[in-house]
Write a protein of this length. Structure first.
Length: 49
């Protein structure tokens, strides 16, 4: 566990928010998956015939 100078434990979400490159990768992954998903839904709902 990571602690502060006073001995307090740093919360998990705070440690997660401090990792800027992890957040950047997660946001790119989220937008890529949502964009591809949106495209697939759009293709599957095209009228045929």
């Amino acid at each position: 566990m990571t602690t502060t100078e006073r001995g307090d434990e740093i919360p998990f979400m705070q440690r997660l928010y401090d990792r800027i490159w992890l957040l950047a990768a997660a946001s790119l992954l989220f937008f890529a998956v949502s964009y591809v998903g949106w495209g697939l839904i759009d293709l599957l709902t095209l009228p045929t015939g």
